[in-house]
Design a protein around this ligand. Structure first.
Ligand code: FE2
Length: 322
């Protein structure tokens, strides 16, 4: 109990600079300048955007229209998928075994450790496939930052905690997460859910404030009940891949009740994100990231080492801790 209170106090103190930075750039005059600069950067980058195949262009168009595109590892047919998915399933299996022995009783978030990811660099490197980077770049309209991945194991306990509450991700104005399911996920198995674009409008999605809401909390804000039609529920077999803009749309992992879910979330945003202090959430240290960047192509390295593109002032604010 005492430790929990101390942890909360430490977290609050440690996050003061990030909170202050957010408040400062949310001042309308500052945001207006930032937005103008962001739009200029997009205009300048437009001639350099990658040319996509018709199939990949459809992913980008659907993301613009719906904010979500569901496909599969088999349909994408990217190189090195078998190695990535084999390793991911073996990690998932080890978590299933440990959860079975009650090793994580009452944990709100169970996530593969940085050491496990370092042991399986093929999982990290899969997210750097040039086709994926091109799709993200075409969607964002800007050079891409790749922030690694989070591999979450969700126990089927029905609890509405952490990322199982409705929220928007805070890293940037827009971002892409690519989710890969490691097991079959049905309606009761913790599917990713995204609220349709036309359901949540106005301040709730336009402002850079980030309330985390229970089902009841979101309904209260909207002044109406959320129906099945209002939400895209992404069910699918193992190997399902979901592209979604999690910064501009409310989403959550629906609390699982029938069986545990393991999924990887690959994280992408623009190379100079609006909130660098809310990024770096993969659990990997900067030295581990530098090690993973060894031997990559120059384009991939630029995505992985995105912090090098930040203006000096943006690097001063320490990373927020959750
Ligand atoms: Fe999220």
């Amino acid at each position: 109990m005492r430790n929990t209170v101390l942890r909360k106090i430490y977290r609050r103190a440690r996050n003061v600079p990030a909170d202050l930075a957010l408040r400062t750039i949310n001042i309308p005059m500052v945001e207006n300048r930032l937005r103008a600069r962001h739009e200029q950067a997009r205009d300048r980058h437009e001639p350099d955007l990658p040319k996509l195949s018709a199939a990949d262009m459809e992913i980008v168009d659907t993301l613009h229209r719906d904010g979500v595109y569901v496909t599969s590892l088999a349909s994408l047919a990217l190189p090195d998928t078998a190695e990535m998915f084999g390793s991911a399933q073996s990690i998932a299996g080890s978590y299933r075994d440990r959860v079975g022995t009650k090793a994580f009783s009452n944990w709100d978030v169970i996530m593969a450790s940085a050491e496990e990811i370092m042991t399986h660099p093929e999982i990290f490197k899969w997210g750097l496939n040039q086709r994926l980077l091109n799709i993200v770049e075409a969607y964002l309209g800007l050079p891409v930052a790749y922030d690694g991945l989070n591999m979450f194991y969700t126990v089927a306990d029905g609890r509405q905690v952490g990322t199982r509450k409705w929220h928007r991700d805070r890293e940037d104005r827009r971002m892409i997460k690519i989710a890969v399911y490691c097991n079959d996920v049905d309606e009761d198995g913790g599917p990713l859910q995204v609220v349709r674009r036309d359901v949540v409008k106005g301040n709730l999605v336009d402002d850079f404030t980030y309330p985390v809401l229970s089902q009841e909390g979101l309904e209260k804000k909207l002044g109406a009940q959320i129906t099945d039609h209002d939400v895209m529920t992404c069910t699918g077999p193992a190997g399902t891949v979901i592209f979604s803009d999690t910064a501009s749309q409310y989403h959550r992992g629906k609390p699982a009740i029938s069986r545990d879910r393991c999924a990887i979330f690959y994280n992408y945003f623009s190379r100079v994100p609006r909130h660098p202090f809310f990024c770096e959430r993969s659990g990997l240290s900067r030295s581990q990231i530098a090690k993973l960047a060894d031997g990559l192509t120059p384009e991939q390295r630029d995505c992985v080492l995105w912090r090098d593109s930040l203006p000096a002032i943006a690097r001063l604010v320490p990373r927020d801790i959750a």
